[in-house]
Design a protein around this ligand. Structure first.
Ligand SMILES: CCCCCCCCCCCCCCCCCCCCCC(=O)SCCNC(=O)CCNC(=O)[C@H](O)C(C)(C)COP(=O)(O)OP(=O)(O)OC[C@H]1O[C@@H](n2cnc3c(N)ncnc32)[C@H](O)[C@@H]1OP(=O)(O)O
Ligand SMILES: Cc1cc2nc3c(=O)[nH]c(=O)nc-3n(C[C@H](O)[C@H](O)[C@H](O)COP(=O)(O)OP(=O)(O)OC[C@H]3O[C@@H](n4cnc5c(N)ncnc54)[C@H](O)[C@@H]3O)c2cc1C
Length: 572
């Protein structure tokens, strides 16, 4: 974010997690002591939560912080191999401090995970401090510029007031003071909310590259004797790329919404109102998973749609992929996040709705669904007429699909319980349904936010083209998930056929605007860093130029000729 714009780098964790965690969890005194020097980059910090043995299951983390009242210190310790902190960005070589998440022990009792500021390297020499064993975890799938590290703490002592005490506290005599809400110390909702915007950016970059290149590239014959067409004129190419374009717009709006929602609800939290925290947690966990999964798959679609040149790093697409794909894993593994949203929020809300409670926020539709179940069903039944033109009716359809899948998941848990399984087993035996329910809920939220956004657009031409994109996003999602809609009785087979036909029309409608729509993301050449995605379209000259710069071309005859090939030849 400082040195390489938009590339992962060693200071990301400092900026993205160390500073925000201080902002959220430090006392005013700690802000003074840590935030100011950290803001000035004297203190460089990371966020050390994950251990070799556990990333997801936070209660399973083994690092301990034991309070010693005789010296007014915490003793931080890694008791086993599996307890060694593993993965934190910038830990390997860059940081001199870490926020370490550890099980707090005081007065002989364990109070669960808390955050501690641990100095790990000397502020002047950068040499690891006594008892601190720290290093880099080695090469990875990508992220090679980032020194993801390990950290083994051997009875390292830190002062009492290095525990982040805005919420929970330990008093000098060792008395533990609970936080006003146990959920405040989880953190992580900030980055999860921001990742939604990162998904949008990754999609915008990828489809800008692929769509611009598809307008430059000519291949094969469409009509005999005529010049080769732009590959963007092939229906299959449009079918690969225009839905990605639509999703890039959708996620951009969802990302903005997530940022605003985070700001609003964290404002309430600072003012002492925690009532919206479950909504924020569920929304940020679910949408993080939904958008990163979708973007992860779409980047690869864009890369393949560029044929051979997509495989070259000159396209930038391989780098976008390896840099983006860990968002599916870090800050909460996606399946686990989907399950949080489903079981901690959707199923709970479903049960509340079933007993007649009116729900607020993104799940308010579950109240409507519950009310409908109480009314007798119309005898004719079946799917309502589907309009492939009316966005509001499509939003409604997504809403009903979500309601039906939440119901399915809740019923599955109920059935498993009736078969005599324990609550936990019933849950595990329903987890495929739970993830499906979360996915459908998030999909509904995305479609709804896209359609809501159109209301805010005044320019008629812009509104028209964005509506076409929204329609494509909604109908493509319908086609891809037609099984769900059919199963829920929301779609008939003839309607599904009409949806496919309508998608083809929309692709054709979008074709003349496609390049302008990616230009509108306003990603300059420096930011894209892609030979295929150049704004001026001069792809071939620069591809040649790029290849000429390859390190292997530094010498006309490579040393491998003299070292290996020639001796080999003389021996034969
Ligand atoms: C100031 C300026 C600054 C400038 C800033 C400028 C910015 C500039 C940016 C610069 C560059 C940025 C780029 C960044 C790059 C990033 C690089 C990579 C970063 C990667 C970092 C990481 O990768 S770091 C590790 C993340 N590792 C996880 O993410 C673990 C997942 N694992 C769990 O998260 C838990 O393990 C899991 C599953 C919930 C179960 O936890 P569990 O078993 O304890 O909890 P239960 O399920 O029992 O839930 C108990 C109740 O807590 C509720 N609840 C649960 N979580 C909650 C929560 N978060 N908030 C609220 N409520 C929550 C729940 O809803 C229940 O509520 P209820 O009781 O009412 O039902
Ligand atoms: C590039 C990168 C950077 C990172 N940076 C940091 C960092 O700065 N700081 C930090 O602390 N950590 C960091 N991490 C670690 C990251 O947060 C964890 O990898 C992540 O939380 C997932 O945990 P895990 O690795 O233990 O996966 P696991 O939980 O072991 O997941 C493995 C599989 O088990 C499944 N699974 C696990 N639990 C359940 C469940 N309850 N129900 C159903 N399925 C389940 C998952 O779905 C998955 O398929 C980073 C990771 C990467 C890749």
């Amino acid at each position: 974010s400082c040195v390489h714009p938009d590339r992962p780098e060693p200071l990301d964790l400092h900026l993205g997690m160390f500073l925000p965690t201080l902002l959220n969890q430090a006392t005013p005194e700690q802000m003074e002591r840590f935030f100011t020097p950290a803001w000035n980059l004297r203190i460089i910090g990371t966020y050390a939560q994950t251990e070799m043995g556990h990333g997801t299951h936070l209660r399973g983390l083994e690092t301990t912080a034991t309070f010693d009242p005789s010296t007014q210190e915490f003793v931080l310790h890694s008791p086993t191999i599996s307890s060694i902190k593993w993965w934190p960005g910038g830990l390997g070589k860059t940081s001199n401090h870490a926020i370490v998440l550890a099980q707090l022990h005081t007065q002989g009792r364990c109070h669960g995970l808390h955050a501690f500021i641990v100095p790990i390297r000397d502020m002047d020499t950068h040499v690891p401090l006594p008892g601190v064993v720290v290093g880099d975890i080695g090469p990875k799938f990508g992220f090679s510029e980032v020194d993801n590290g390990f950290l083994k703490l051997e009875h390292v002592r830190i002062p009492l007031d290095n525990m982040l005490m805005k919420f929970a506290k330990v008093e000098p005599d060792g008395t533990y003071v609970k936080p006003p809400s146990a959920k405040l110390t989880y953190g992580m909702v900030f980055i999860r909310s921001m990742i939604v915007g990162q998904s949008a950016l990754a999609l915008a970059k990828s489809c800008t590259i692929a769509i611009r290149y598809s307008a430059v590239r000519h291949q094969s014959e469409l009509r005999p004797g005529e010049p080769e067409p732009q590959i963007l004129n092939y229906q299959t190419q449009q079918h690969k790329l225009f839905p990605v374009l639509a999703a890039a717009y959708a996620f951009t709006f969802v990302g903005q919404y997530m940022k605003d929602t985070y700001r609003r609800i964290s404002g309430d939290i600072h003012a002492g109102d925690y009532s919206q925290l479950p909504e924020l947690h569920a929304l940020s966990a679910g949408l993080k998973a939904f958008t990163t999964w979708a973007a992860n798959a779409a980047i690869e679609v864009c890369r393949m749609s560029c044929g051979g040149h997509g495989y070259s790093r000159s396209s930038a697409l391989p780098d976008i992929y390896v840099e983006f794909t860990p968002t599916c894993t870090y800050e909460g593994e996606n399946t686990v996040m989907m399950l949080q949203t489903a079981s901690r929020y959707l199923v709970k809300s479903y049960r509340q709705a079933s007993v007649g409670q009116r729900l607020q926020g993104s799940v308010s539709y579950l109240s409507e669904a519950a009310a409908q179940r109480l009314r007798p069903r119309p005898v004719s039944g079946g799917a309502a007429p589907l309009s492939t033109q009316d966005l509001l009716s499509l939003v409604h359809l997504y809403q009903r699909r979500a309601a039906s899948l939440v119901e399915l998941a809740a019923k599955s848990i109920q059935q498993e319980l009736q078969r005599g399984r324990s609550q936990e087993e019933a849950w595990n035996h329903s987890s495929i349904d739970l993830v499906r329910a979360s996915d459908a809920h998030c999909h509904f939220v995305v479609v709804k936010l896209f359609v809501d956004k159109l209301e805010q657009v005044d320019d008629a031409a812009v509104k028209a083209v964005l509506s076409t994109l929204a329609l494509l996003y909604a109908l493509k999602g319908l086609a891809d998930n037609s099984g769900d809609f059919l199963q829920a009785g929301l779609l008939t087979v003839p309607q599904a056929t009409r949806v496919s036909a309508r998608i083809k029309e929309l692709l054709e409608e979008l074709r003349p605007d496609a390049v302008a729509l990616v230009d509108a993301f306003d990603l300059n050449d420096r930011k894209l860093n892609s030979v295929l995605g150049r704004y001026d379209g001069n792809v071939y000259e620069h591809l040649y130029e790029w290849a000429r710069q390859s390190p292997l071309n530094a010498t006309e005859v490579h040393e491998s000729f003299h070292k290996y090939l020639k001796p080999l030849r003389s021996r034969l």
